[in-house]
Design a protein around this ligand. Structure first.
Ligand SMILES: Cc1cc2nc3c(=O)[nH]c(=O)nc-3n(C[C@H](O)[C@H](O)[C@H](O)COP(=O)(O)O)c2cc1C
Length: 211
């Protein structure tokens, strides 16, 4: 049984030693649907992504800004998966990310980088951490009809849609459906460093020999 939200969302073992804003970041599913962001705040989030590093400074990202109540927001909401349709629409803004993954037909079309997906993920991470440092919460998601939304947004064939990044402030769990409220109380888990870090070759776990 999950405890009250402040206990559930306290940093988990290994996260207590992190610096802010990583320490307190987690993906809430309960947003305040009255909160809005100013143009300046949205620009600051975009600037965090803009100044992320990328292979050869290729900057292979595009962000579709979907403010609640805007035409882009309507486009996105219509394409959400069932699981995401209960919580995503309440966020103040959603950035839908796209990556430049292939060269266009024109001879002088800009080249693309093999690291585009890596770079867009990193830009997204910077954006979410900037959000946290502004007192905001974020929750990334891939559950939407990518093909349909790409067509709705006139995405060129040189790009692919990747994710949405929902941003806002926490709302009241009483205002959302039970499934969404439950999701918000989930204990966050991670696999151990013994599985993800290596001290040498593949079979040598970083934590091998730890007592
Ligand atoms: C690429 C990506 C896709 C995701 N897709 C969804 C999604 O469709 N729906 C959802 O509720 N959460 C989604 N998430 C959120 C993850 O489930 C969440 O980040 C993970 O459980 C870790 O929890 P934390 O962010 O609170 O640390 C996604 C996250 C990423 C990075």
């Amino acid at each position: 049984m999950a405890g009250p939200p402040d206990i559930v969302h306290a940093p988990r073992p290994g996260a207590e030693g992190l610096s802010e804003p990583m320490r307190s970041r987690w993906s809430t599913s309960v947003y305040d649907d009255q909160h809005t962001l100013t143009r300046d705040e949205i620009d600051r989030l975009l600037h965090a992504a803009q100044w992320a590093p990328s292979a050869g400074n290729s900057q292979p990202w595009v962000f579709f800004v979907c403010e609640r109540g805007s035409a882009n927001h309507e486009r996105l909401v219509a394409r959400l998966s069932r699981g995401n349709s209960g919580w995503v629409p309440r966020a103040s803004v959603v950035f839908v990310t796209a990556a430049h993954v292939s060269t266009g037909a024109d001879e002088d079309a800009p080249a693309y980088s093999d690291y585009a997906l890596y770079d867009v993920g990193q830009a997204a991470a910077h954006l979410t951490l900037q959000a946290r440092s502004m007192g905001l919460h974020s929750h990334q998601f891939a559950g939407f009809d990518h093909e349909a939304l790409a067509a709705d947004l006139d995405l060129p064939a040189t790009h692919v849609l990747l994710t949405g990044i929902a941003i806002g402030v926490r709302g009241d769990a009483a205002d959302v459906d039970e499934r969404t409220a439950d999701r918000d109380r989930r204990i966050r888990e991670r696999v151990g460093l013994d599985e993800v870090a290596r001290a040498g070759t593949w079979t040598q776990a970083w934590t091998e020999g730890w007592s």
